[in-house]
Ligand binder design. Structure first.
Ligand code: TA6
Length: 304
């Protein structure tokens, strides 16, 4: 996709009523969408349809963005809600293909914006792999469309719909790799994954079982399997509720200090204030989609 013109985006999609939706050029020359309604404000980058901020009224941001995040075309942002698609983690057979797929590093066309009667604002993006450049199509030759609907209000809802437009079955790995803004990681628990099996990436993907709530005091990098239940992140200041459908895996990641220092873009003590809890279909939970069919991953966040 060529870089869209900000004036054209505003002409076609801005909202100027009791709700505001407008496009502005962000850092790295990448367009952002700014949304303000009665319930919340949000900021979304067109590269990767990447949510960078969601602030319900009177609340601190629910989404964490690194103070050292860099914004450049072709480079994923450290923080926000990166979309991992159409594969999660390392590509299963070609090591040189980008980790977590290519969706997070390409521009996503906007197809619709709506001021909903509920007072929420919805924006819909649509990425068609058959319109990507040759290099990316070589990595993913099967014609596949991802439609991404984001609804911003008191709650934040994502629907990621994958359509198989090719003649063969396809296998999708995916995650909404959300970085949550945490007051203090040492006071944080994650519930809803008790008793579930997980693959521990820090131990060569050894299979383990979760006993009790998750607490974090070292590097944690886990794919929890067969996890459809609601999840609650409690950082002792507020609770973030995650409700999901069409997502069988949940990834929990915090790099902790040493790995964060090596990464170099997590900000000073950033690991103490972020936690990724990702609604995913990964590892043995990847999704197979028959020709002409689709799969929907739906996730809602709310806080109290
Ligand atoms: O989802 C967890 C994870 O796969 C980790 O293994 C960690 O490397 C992280 O994602 C970040 O990946 P990135 O490619 O954004 O540096």
């Amino acid at each position: 996709m060529t870089m869209p013109d900000i004036n054209d985006l505003n002409k076609n999609f801005s909202i100027n009523s009791h709700q505001q939706l407008s496009f502005k050029l962000g850092e790295g020359g990448i367009p952002n969408v700014e949304i303000v309604n009665d319930y919340a404000s949000a900021l979304i980058s067109l590269q990767g349809a990447h949510v960078l901020s969601w602030k319900p009224k009177g609340e601190e941001d629910v989404i964490w963005l690194s103070s050292d995040a860099t914004f450049a075309m072709g480079k994923s942002v450290r923080g926000g809600v990166p979309i991992c698609w159409p594969w999660f983690g390392a590509h299963e057979s070609v090591a040189s293909f980008p980790a977590h797929g290519f969706a997070r590093t390409v521009l996503w066309p906007v197809i619709k914006t709506t001021a909903l009667e509920s007072g929420e604002t919805q924006i819909i993006f649509r990425l068609d792999t058959s319109e990507l450049d040759e290099k990316l199509q070589a990595m993913w030759p099967q014609a596949t469309v991802a439609e991404y609907r984001i609804t911003i209000g008191k709650t934040l809802t994502f629907e990621l719909i994958s359509f198989n437009n090719s003649a063969d079955a396809i296998t999708i790995g995916q995650a909404l790799h959300t970085y949550f803004n945490i007051d203090d990681i040492s006071q944080t628990t994650v519930t809803g994954l008790e008793g579930k099996d997980y693959l521990d990436k820090t131990r060569d993907f050894e299979r383990k079982n979760q006993s009790g709530p998750i607490t974090i005091n070292e590097e944690v990098d886990r794919v929890y399997l067969q996890t459809a239940d609601d999840i609650v992140i409690d950082d002792s200041k507020r609770k973030i509720h995650i409700e999901k459908h069409g997502s069988s895996s949940t990834v929990v990641w915090n790099p902790w200090k040493e790995v964060a220092d090596k990464m170099g873009d997590l900000g000073k003590a950033g690991y103490r204030h972020m936690l990724c809890v990702e609604s995913a279909n990964a590892a043995e939970d990847v999704v197979s989609i028959l020709p002409g069919e689709s799969h929907t991953l739906q996730v809602t966040y709310k806080i109290n």
